[in-house]
Design a protein around this ligand. Sequence first.
Ligand code: NDP
Length: 336
Amino acid sequence: NRKFVLAERPVGVPTDSTLRLETEGVPVPAAGQMLLRNEFLSLDPYMRGRMSDAPSYAAPVEVGEVMIGGTVAQVISSDVAGFEEGDWVVAFGGWQDYALSDGTGVINMGKSPENPSWALGVFGMPGLTAWAGLTKIGQPKAGETLVVAGASGPVGATVGQIGKILGLRVVGIAGGPEKCRHVVETLGFDDCIDYKADGFPEALSNAAPDGIDIYFENVGGAVFDAVLPLLNPSARIPVCGLISQYNATSLPDGPDRMNLLLGAILRKRLTVRGFIVFDDFGQYYPEFSAQMGDWVAQGLIQYREEVIVGLEQAPSAFVGLLQGEAFGKRVIKLND
Ligand code: NDP
């Protein structure tokens, strides 16, 4: 069993010494457990938070422990009711070849799911995040303008496409012309603005001539600075993630804009609400799952995945994810 354990807590960008590859025997399941062989490992921005012991909504990974991660796995042997050898499952199997489980939180996909790894993306945690954040907090109404940051990633891409289904004007924000082209031409957003290009705030303003009614926040930083003045009265802001800040070691340079933000919240009666997907919206998973299944089957939602082969690639692929290298949902296929 190959496994990546947390070797030390990173300061800033994770380095080669953040994670350590160890090898041990295949774990032996006890009574009431099953043995899972991980086939796909999801790479997600939240993992940076778990490497840190700063205050968070979830406990950090301890130094020396295997790194946490969502996986798609096959059941090798099982003493758990409802799971048998050969079943494909979604689990939190971690950054390793094999994992033991008592079935808690594990979803059985049966013997031959069509695209098993999609359960880590459009049909899984990022998909539910997009659907719940937009519909439950965003409260969309047809004809409104939705702006989505991180628009080419698994969450943002899904948010914007659901927005189109619901009759919104949808403007994405993404890094670089290639991602922006994909967001408009393949995902069907009305427009997409490159936040790395000169004149980004003006371009965003031009793309949202009627202002912004919903801003789906995935990134924070300079992107939010450009959005704030464009928000309409009673705008809703699902605060999903702040990926531009995850490797930051200090607050950005001043001036202090806290009262600018609070003033906007007050005058414009903004609704700004953070959420943690499974804690806040886990109960909607069956409803989401049925709805997303229909949308994907009807071709209304497109999904882009980036599969990287080899568990040993995971650390560098993860650092790249935090730096904007990923184009679509990044998963590791553990073996060739
Ligand atoms: P993504 O694959 O979209 O994340 C990577 C993307 O973020 C990159 O491709 C890059 O896109 C963008 N990015 C990276 N650095 C910056 C930066 N400095 N400024 C602006 N954009 C940047 O991830 P997901 O779709 O999986 O997740 C999106 C967000 O949702 C994350 O913030 C994540 O933490 C959050 N999330 C929150 C959940 C919750 O329960 N609250 C659950 C799941 C996700 P580009 O090249 O366009 O810059």
